[in-house]
Ligand binder design. Sequence first.
Ligand SMILES: [Zn+2]
Ligand SMILES: [Zn+2]
Length: 254
Amino acid sequence: MQMKLTVLGSGSFISGPERAASGFALKLPKETIAVDLGFGSFKNMQRSGIDCAKVNNLFFTHVEHPDHINDLSAFLFVRKGLADSGFSEKNQVNIFGGPGLKEFIEKMFRLFPLFENLPFKVKVSELEPFGTKKFNGFTLTTKPMQHRPSSLGLKFEAGKKSVVFTGDTEPNENLVELSKNVDLLVAECTFATTEAGGHLNARTVSEIASRSKVKKLLLAHFEPEAEKSDLKALVSRSFKGEILLARDLMQVSI
Ligand SMILES: [Zn+2]
Ligand SMILES: [Zn+2]
């Protein structure tokens, strides 16, 4: 096994109390990273036993929506408290996202002035819309998604294993390309049958996963309509691989 995914938030913007908003932790060979930190997901990071002081690389699929980035402030504030109190090392935090990330972080730091004096360095990097970046032990490939200006699909590869995060998006060819033959596609499935702009539903996720020949599909980011439906039955119409329905604190080996 090369990677292990922990679901920190399986919900969307109007999920009930049993689901935090979107967030994931990905255990890679040399470190654990976070992909999105929507509201509630930071508490689930703590509940899952992951030491936030050792999560030094954070990746965001988009910055415009609190259900994907709200708990970044909680993450930084807790890290500050732990470091100031001598409970943790003062490791640098690296934050990655699409265009607009730097402006977002500058605004957030102005809103919370104590972030100007964090006891550790914070490095903010905007990723190339079509890019590949090598890290210590893994590679990240990005492609623009169709949702908001900062939206990126993120593919992480380590050894022979690969996982793609759709973030929020409408169906698009970049997502099909990015997801080709990956071991796991973590896909938003906001709706069951509603055809609405900006998001995927069971039909579009199913078609994308089928065309991309992904090995395993993890559905997340549910609206109530999706939660009440038999999503597995709907998604298996086109996609014949394994389908998992995300729930908070669930772990998936990749
Ligand atoms: Zn969302
Ligand atoms: Zn969104």
